[in-house]
Design a protein around this ligand. Structure first.
Ligand SMILES: [Zn+2]
Length: 230
């Protein structure tokens, strides 16, 4: 590991643009003015350069050391830093009581993907989000068929084509559209070549959020339809 002995922000600013995120101490969660102890430039196997800052928190009750990693891109006048991860890292887990009633597996897998993304495992977290979506959809179909005597639960559990399942078992067109598109993007995260090149991880997460939103809306609607009958 090549240690570069830049130890003040002035020198860092003179070489790089996009030096940010360093003021959030991941240990005490405060906005601080950290001391730059050192920084290190390294390369991954694709020769993509990275810069890691070693910082000391200025909060006297904390004073912990922490790391911030950036990818380095060539810029016009200065090189540009793109935030990748921090260590230790703040991990804000996804929680939703209503969704948990439908699928605890979704919450578990989604949070594993979120954690992988938080620590910078960007190549694998997409596959995790896609898997979480499959559990959400299948568990939702099972959930809405709880009282359906002729419902074949095994067929849903073992189905290899979730998109077909969505179209067959879900009536709400908003859930069908959002879920189908989420699967298209999600499948891109697991394949060698991308079909939807303009779409990224954030789009996949947005679509999953949309699926959750419409599922929750449907459950609220069903609840009131049941309670307010004439
Ligand atoms: Zn701190």
């Amino acid at each position: 590991m090549a240690i570069n002995y830049i130890n003040n922000f002035q020198d860092l600013y003179s070489i790089y643009e996009g030096v940010d995120h360093y003021q959030n101490c991941p240990k005490c969660n405060r906005i601080v003015e950290p001391k730059l102890i050192a920084c290190s430039k390294t390369y991954d196997i694709d020769e993509q350069p990275y810069l890691t800052l070693v910082l000391e928190c200025s909060n006297v009750k904390c004073e912990n050391l922490y790391l911030i990693s950036y990818e380095i891109y060539t810029g016009y006048k200065k090189d540009i830093l793109g935030y990748v991860s921090s260590y230790p890292y703040n991990f804000d887990a996804y929680k939703d009581v209503q969704v948990e009633q439908i699928s605890t597996s979704f919450i578990k897998i989604y949070n594993e993907a979120l954690e992988a993304e938080t620590i910078g495992f960007l190549s694998i977290c997409g596959a995790g989000y896609r898997k979480s979506l499959e559990f959400l959809i299948k568990d939702f179909i099972i959930f809405i068929n709880t009282d359906n005597q002729s419902f074949n639960i095994e067929e849903v559990r073992s189905s290899k084509s979730v998109v077909k399942l969505i179209k067959k078992c879900i009536d709400n067109p908003k859930i069908v559209t959002a879920a189908e598109k989420a699967f298209w993007i999600g499948n891109d995260e697991t394949h060698y070549e991308r079909e939807w090149e303009d779409m990224n991880l954030q789009d996949l997460k947005n679509l999953i959020e949309l699926v959750i939103y419409h599922i929750k809306m449907e459950l609220v609607m069903n609840d009131y339809t049941e309670k307010l009958k004439r």
